[in-house]
Design a protein around this ligand. Structure first.
Ligand SMILES: C[S@@+](CC[C@H](N)C(=O)[O-])C[C@H]1O[C@@H](n2cnc3c(N)ncnc32)[C@H](O)[C@@H]1O
Length: 185
């Protein structure tokens, strides 16, 4: 069966994670991605602006006894103040299901966070961005993000898109970024 975008996102990141790796969940939400990263890395920094996200994520981690995570009640646009060396990061854009649907990720802050994460990536490091864009403001955020990632210099980054082409409405899709290994040749 063809992989769903979120499945590919996790596999893409897991390939570069390991016990020494530092990972970032830029949009903690209900903590599914934080848990996944915690199971595959040494330490995870997870960000969200909603207290309920921290509580849900804390409970999810506690249920399986994982404590290798720092939960930050801080916008991801400030991530550089918390972590400067990243092996893998995930963004899951949009709103928190079953919470206030008007609290969505926004183009200005998303772009600051994605560019910070790109800078902080170690060579060979990867970022997966799940783009949910069916809500109000979603198309604008999607377009701003696509414009931005297309400007990342190809000497330093590989940028790919994985997207259903024949699905109704506004199916989520995946952007994958890899920082190239330094070329000493
Ligand atoms: C689609 S949900 C994330 C789902 C989550 N990854 C999961 O596994 O359940 C998007 C989340 O981004 C959060 N968010 C919105 N603006 C943010 C910001 N500036 N910094 C960090 N998180 C933000 C929302 O509060 C919401 O919880």
């Amino acid at each position: 069966m063809v992989q769903k975008p979120l499945e590919l996102a996790h596999e893409f990141l897991a390939q570069v994670l390991g016990p020494d790796a530092i990972a970032v969940d830029a949009t903690m939400g209900n903590g599914h991605d934080t848990l996944f990263l915690a199971q595959h890395s040494g330490h995870v920094h997870a960000f969200d602006i909603q207290q309920v996200a921290l509580e849900k994520t804390q409970a999810r981690l506690a249920a399986v006894g994982l404590a290798n995570v720092s939960l930050h009640l801080v916008g991801h646009e400030q991530l550089e103040q918390y972590v400067t060396s990243i092996r893998a990061a995930i963004f899951n854009l949009g709103y928190l299901p079953a919470a206030d649907k008007s609290l969505v990720t926004l183009p200005e802050t998303t772009l600051v966070a994605v560019s910070s994460a790109c800078r902080a990536l170690v060579p060979g490091g990867r970022i997966a961005i799940m783009v949910y864009w069916g809500h109000a403001g979603g198309p604008e955020e999607k377009d701003a993000l696509l414009d931005f990632v297309q400007t990342l210099p190809q000497e330093h980054y590989t940028v790919m898109e994985y997207k259903p082409l024949n699905q109704r409405n506004t199916p989520p899709f995946l952007i994958m970024i890899e920082k190239k290994e330094e070329n000493h040749g």
